[in-house]
Design a protein around this ligand. Structure first.
Ligand code: ADP
Ligand code: MG
Length: 697
């Protein structure tokens, strides 16, 4: 397989190579033009492309096709149709028309729309995104599509992402033109998402309702060993896991996904996969496929892949690092310091735009990673805090300070730092002052946004990043396009931006309590939970931003807000229900059985007479009786709270109730159950322990 890699890589993708080979020259040229200009495809061309796709797919054993899309559920959706078409003489032929390629009408009324479809049109439709390649998965030809309502309102995660990429393209090009760049015709953002996950034994997984229903454990006493020995991180990979990784890599390579690094993570049973970066649209599709493949391949190996942000209490949760940069189609990374003073002036301007964007839209970045699952991580000293800040490193910070103050910036050149005069040092990519605690860190030629939860679609965070940086570039372009003295005004603009937004720069330890206090002094937001963060989404400032750039309409924003809030409430509701059920049907009966055996033993001893002690049985019975009474009471309380939760009309009040009441009750309930777990004999306990789940893969 490895020897064959060049042939295997992308073998299931209708990529440029295949198109060139299989399409007539004119069709290929027209399709490429559509792809680069984002125009709609002529019907005749669509027919030719569809036919070529079908022939290619059939040669690979494919019988069905599907429009593959990314609804607001956060996972991908597909509806399979076969190529079969009756000939009228009792036979069939395999057909796939341009019309079927370009547009689909899934009966998709059950996807979340936050009231959008009710307000506009009942049906949604899918439309081919010709900028993403079609691919074969499970013997099905998958056509990447956007999913919209008939009024054009976006019902998915791909549409706003594509819109945001257009916007940053437009605004970044304006800036490049100001620097005299006339050859770049397209600017795209690039992303490399590093994906963390857990692998557990499938048979053990299936014995735990909490894992099956919620993707995370709701109970579980700490095992004698956790991650304290730090012996898992980058450790030798166990054979069973290695076999999984090999298989996964092969599946991903077939799909043209550049899976590059696989290693063990900090927590036991935790691993990471890093791909090579790609344009943001492709990277997003590929990350969705990667998560799907992780689950499928794990299953084949008798394993279950957990993508939840916090499957286990007491050991690290899983995140996703969104490495993000901006590049031109001429191959220039705009977040990399260049070799000439002019290139560096440009770099500093883009850098300033990012700093200003992150400061002004802290709320949106926080919201873009908000979910019930991720609430367990952010601020829990294993992931960045809920406070947004930017890490630049000492060198770059010093350079910015000297620009701001007009002072000497380095020992060697005791000269005033002026933009457009000096050459900046290139920052070593593996510089040791890497700050692992920062939510948003500059890493030499890109930013690493580290707050994403492991199960999240990377679409949302990148929609926000692209749009907020585009907005700042727009503002900069407005100032500089009307400038009479470009170098002077550029210098002033950068100076002013640093002065006004340096509060967002923080190079210290983000996990420390001092930072929380310091951040408050600086006036930075600290939105601790999803319920606290989400309402900021629909503030005037943010509606103004997204509508100005036509990323979302106000109605689309409100619908998304509703969907996210509902999702938060539903998640906690399901978790609490699962908890109650596990207590009543599994934990309490198990403890009773143990208590019975204890009483039985005590009784027998008693009957034997003499002075045999029943102290152990009696002591333990006493303790268990107390704990079971308490646990059963707590389950009743939780149950009542869930009934109460249903009565809220206002979604924000409801979310707050889930956060403040339901979630708090869950914590107290779990503590009692975990106490019981350590006191009850292992053979009685109704589900596998943390020790088994984490160390027996
Ligand atoms: P580092 O040494 O900074 O960790 P790596 O090369 O290991 O850098 O990259 C980490 C992740 O960042 C990888 O997924 C990689 O593909 C991605 N990455 C590298 N360069 C870029 C870029 N210009 N844009 C987006 N992602 C990038
Ligand atoms: Mg990383």
């Amino acid at each position: 397989m490895m020897k064959d890699l060049p042939n295997v890589f992308g073998s299931m993708v209708f990529n440029d190579h295949v198109m060139k080979e299989r399409l007539p020259k004119e069709t290929y040229a027209a399709l490429k033009k559509t792809m680069s200009d984002g125009r709609s495809l002529d019907k005749n061309i669509a027919n030719v492309v569809a036919n070529a796709m079908k022939d290619w797919a059939i040669e690979k054993g494919v019988t069905h096709f599907t429009h593959w899309f990314q609804p607001m559920t956060g996972i991908t959706a597909e509806k399979h149709d076969s190529f079969i078409s009756p000939t009228g003489e009792g036979g069939v032929i395999m057909e796939f028309s341009g019309k079927e390629l370009v547009k689909g009408e899934p009966d998709a009324s059950s996807f979340p729309s936050g009231g959008l479809r009710a307000t506009f049109e009942a049906r949604g439709y899918t439309a081919w995104d010709p900028t993403a390649y079609a691919f074969i998965k499970d013997d099905t030809l998958c056509i990447p599509t956007v999913f919209c309502a008939y009024g054009g309102e976006a019902l998915d995660k791909k549409t706003p992402l594509m819109r945001s990429m257009q916007v940053i393209n437009k605004e970044a090009l304006r800036i490049l033109r100001l620097f005299g760049n006339t050859d770049a015709t397209r600017v795209t953002t690039t992303v490399g998402p590093e994906q963390e996950y857990f692998l557990v034994d499938k048979a053990l997984y299936e014995q735990r309702e909490d894992l099956v229903f919620c993707g995370r454990t709701l109970f579980g006493a700490k095992p004698p060993k956790g991650q304290e020995m730090e012996d898992h991180y980058f450790g030798t990979i166990k054979p069973r896991v290695a076999a999984f990784m090999k298989d996964l890599d092969e599946e991903l390579w077939k799909l043209g996904i550049l899976a590059k690094t696989e290693h063990n993570e900090v927590a036991p049973a935790q691993h990471e996969l890093a791909p090579i970066f790609d344009n943001t649209n492709t990277a997003t599709d590929h990350n969705q496929l990667t998560m799907e493949m992780m689950k499928k391949v794990a299953d084949r190996h008798g394993l279950t892949c957990l993508l939840h942000e916090k499957p286990f209490a007491g050991v690290n949760g899983s995140g996703k690092h969104n490495n993000w940069s901006i590049s031109t189609n001429t191959g220039v990374n705009l977040l990399e310091p260049g070799d000439s003073p002019s290139e560096n002036a440009q770099f500093l301007l883009f850098l300033s735009a990012v700093i200003k964007a992150v400061d002004e839209y802290q709320d949106l970045l926080r919201i873009s990673v908000a979910s019930a699952g991720n609430d367990h991580r952010l601020g829990a000293n294993e992931a960045p805090p809920a406070i947004i800040s930017v890490f630049l490193g000492d060198e770059l910070t010093e350079i910015l300070e000297s620009i701001e103050n007009g002072t000497a910036y380095c020992q060697k050149e005791k000269q005033e730092m002026k933009v457009g005069v000096h050459t900046l040092p290139r920052f070593p990519r593996d510089s040791t002052d890497r700050n692992r605690t920062s939510p948003f860190a500059f890493t030499g030629n890109k930013f690493e946004f580290r707050m994403l939860g492991s199960s999240l679609s990377i679409s949302g965070p990148n929609v926000v990043l692209n749009t907020i940086v585009a907005e700042e570039l727009r503002q900069f372009a407005e100032v500089l396009e009307s400038s009479q003295d470009f170098t002077h005004d550029l210098n002033e603009l950068i100076k002013k931006t640093i002065k006004e937004h340096k509060r967002i720069v923080f190079n210290g330890n983000n996990y420390s309590d001092e930072w929380v206090k310091e951040a408050e002094k600086r006036g930075l937001l600290n939105l601790k939970s999803t319920a606290d963060a989400l309402p900021y989404f629909i503030s005037d400032k943010n509606v103004e931003l997204f509508t100005r750039h036509k990323i979302f309409t106000a109605a689309e924003m409100h619908s998304r807000y509703e969907i996210l809030m509902e999702n938060y409430c539903k998640t906690l509701h399901i978790e609490a229900l699962t908890m109650v059920e596990m207590i009543r049907k599994q934990i309490l009966p198990a403890v009773l059985a143990y208590q019975n055996d204890l009483s039985e033993s005590a009784l027998r001893k008693h009957k034997l007479g003499g002075d045999i002690s029943c102290e152990f049985e009696m002591g333990l019975l006493q303790k268990l009786s107390g704990l079971t009474a308490s646990l059963s009471k707590k389950a009743d309380q939780l149950d009542r709270a869930l009934t109460e939760a249903k009565d809220f009309v206002d979604i924000k009040a409801q979310a707050d109730f889930y956060k403040d009441t339901v979630f708090t009750l869950m914590g107290g309930t779990r503590a009692v159950a975990d106490d019981l777990e350590v006191s009850v004999g292992e053979s009685y306990w109704p589900y596998p322990t943390y020790g088994k789940l984490l160390f027996y893969v």
